[in-house]
Design a protein around this ligand. Structure first.
Ligand code: BES
Ligand code: MN
Ligand code: ZN
Length: 499
């Protein structure tokens, strides 16, 4: 798909479909007004009669029948001006692109006069919204006749004047890079577990590393044993697939300290011996979404050439039951030296993360951010709307919150008070890996906090946001690719601060 930025008049612009963004409480932009005039006031009539109300989420398709060069016109409701955010624009782009693809358009044009927003931000939002909205996971569909509409090939952002064109073009490039990484993450998360074993994930990381000039180390079992990674090895014990520990470095920050990104990468979580119920177990292929987000964020950091040092750490394994599997009652000795009593083999994420967090500390990082599909409890607490956030550093949590607002990948904080630590005390080891039914998000994070030493740390629980059963404006059903845009924004803001 190609995204162009052009200056020109809409009346003379040949396109399969022109998109007009309309606010509820504001006059249309000058270009839209002229289109309206060319159509003999059809658009204002529609609005005035109430046949089309420009509420957010509303769209209306029109055929101008030759009165302007566009073959179709799509009116898109933007809601109230006072409630307008960049995310609204991303949503509008996703909705518009999707409904025009269904209509059969291959070449679509956004008329962007009338949207008051920084030109770069606007280009980025429209690129992200339309690419992510048009996303489909079709790799495993062999028949072309299963009702899939043809892909949109070109998207044009059309502006009346030349002002801001360069900035918008730059924004488009940024948006394309971020969207491509999100698409990569979605593809990985959607992939069947058999096609994303730890070995295959390592190969995928190698491909990204080669493409973007990253340094990649893949630690095998013998190295893990030498490092004492008993958490990762314990979880991997039941699997026929060998685990991997991936270390991906992006170094363009000179002598600056590293930012460490740690991603839970369970390529399939059966629960192990504490096996999960059969219903919806297939969903547990998404248990590597944290790792996918980390790979995606580093990929964008490299694509955007951010002046940063970033290390991505991915403990990668399946969690399977078998004769060699670890068991409830086992005690694992982690890389940090601390021991964990296993009460449930299904609370495996925190076990593999304990080693990855300890490894992260060896970088003496400025901050550690971990991202994990860690607890079902997170969905109970926050629904599918927000990612759970906990951590030890208020400044970085504030930065993450801001990145969440900007990207629409919102986070909501939960407390890490010392009372909660009672729940993970073990009678025989340093801690146990479950804290009972209450406060599940928090007790999981409490365990993780024991492995970050003195380093500022932010934990993101994406268990309920990595996947969606309901389609959203720029997020089709399935893997959301959550975390890529959030972490990328966090990194971008951090690099701005450094400059
Ligand atoms: N991967 C799951 C968490 C999860 C659940 C993600 C539902 C997405 C949807 C995690 O490994 C897990 O099984 N957590 C347990 C922890 C419990 C045993 C303390 C859970 O949430 O039930
Ligand atoms: Mn589990
Ligand atoms: Zn899991």
């Amino acid at each position: 798909m190609k995204i162009n930025v052009r200056a020109g008049k809409i009346e003379k612009h040949k396109t399969d479909a022109a998109i007009i963004l309309l606010f509820e409480d504001e006059k249309p932009g000058t270009a839209a007004e002229r289109v309206d005039k060319a159509l003999g006031g059809m658009i204002s009539r529609l609005v005035n009669k109430g046949d089309f109300t420009p509420k957010r989420g509303e769209v209306h398709l029109l055929y101008p029948e030759g009165r302007v060069s566009a073959e179709r016109l799509l009116l898109v409701g933007m809601g109230k001006r006072s409630e307008f955010t960049t995310n609204c624009l991303r949503q509008a782009a996703g909705r518009a692109a999707c409904s025009l693809r269904s209509a059969g358009a291959r070449d679509i044009t956004f008329i962007i006069d009338g949207v008051v927003l920084d030109a770069e931000e606007l280009g980025q939002a429209l690129a992200e919204g339309s690419i992510l909205g048009l996303y489909r996971f079709v790799k495993y569909k062999t028949s072309k006749e299963n009702g899939l509409a043809k892909d949109v090939r070109t998207i044009t952002l059309l502006k009346e004047s030349l002002g801001g064109l360069k900035a918008m073009q730059k924004g488009v490039k940024v948006g394309e890079a971020i969207a491509a990484s999100t698409v990569m993450a979605r593809d990985l998360v959607s992939s069947p577990p058999a096609d994303k074993t730890p070995t295959i994930i390592a190969a995928k990381a190698k491909e990204i590393a080669r493409q973007f000039g990253l340094r990649l180390q893949v630690l095998e079992k013998n190295r893990m044993r030498k490092l004492g990674m008993g958490g990762l090895l314990g979880v991997a014990a039941g699997s026929a697939q060998p685990p991997k520990f991936l270390i991906v470095e992006y170094r363009k920050g000179g002598k600056k300290p590293f930012i460490a990104l740690v991603g839970k990468t369970i390529t399939f979580d059966s629960g192990g011996i504490s096996i999960k119920p059969a219903e919806n177990m297939d969903r547990m292929k998404d248990d590597m979404s944290g790792g996918a987000a980390v790979l995606g964020a580093i990929r964008t950091a490299a694509a955007l050439k951010l002046p940063l040092n970033v290390v991505g750490l991915l403990p990668v394994t399946e969690n399977m039951p078998s004769g060699s599997a670890y068991k409830p009652g086992d005690v694992l000795r982690t890389m940090s030296g601390q021991t964990i009593e296993v009460l449930s083999t299904d609370a495996e994420g925190r076990l593999i993360l304990s080693d990855a967090l300890t490894y992260a500390c060896t970088y003496r990082p400025a901050v550690i951010v971990d991202i994990a599909t860690l607890t079902g409890a997170c969905g109970i607490a926050l629904g599918n709307v927000a990612t759970g956030m906990l951590g030890t550093d208020d400044r970085f949590k504030q930065k993450m919150r801001a990145a969440g607002e900007k990207t629409g990948e919102r986070v909501w904080e939960m407390p890490l008070w010392e009372e909660y630590y009672e729940q993970i005390k073990s009678d025989i080891a340093d801690m146990k890996n479950t804290g009972g039914r209450t406060g599940g998000v928090i007790t999981a994070a409490a365990l993780l906090s024991k492995f970050v030493q003195k380093y500022p740390w932010v934990h993101l629980d994406i268990a309920a946001t990595a996947w969606t059963d309901k389609e959203r404006p720029y997020t089709p059903k399935g893997a959301t690719g959550i975390g890529v845009r959030l972490l990328t924004q966090f990194l971008r803001d951090y690099s701005e601060k450094l400059r």
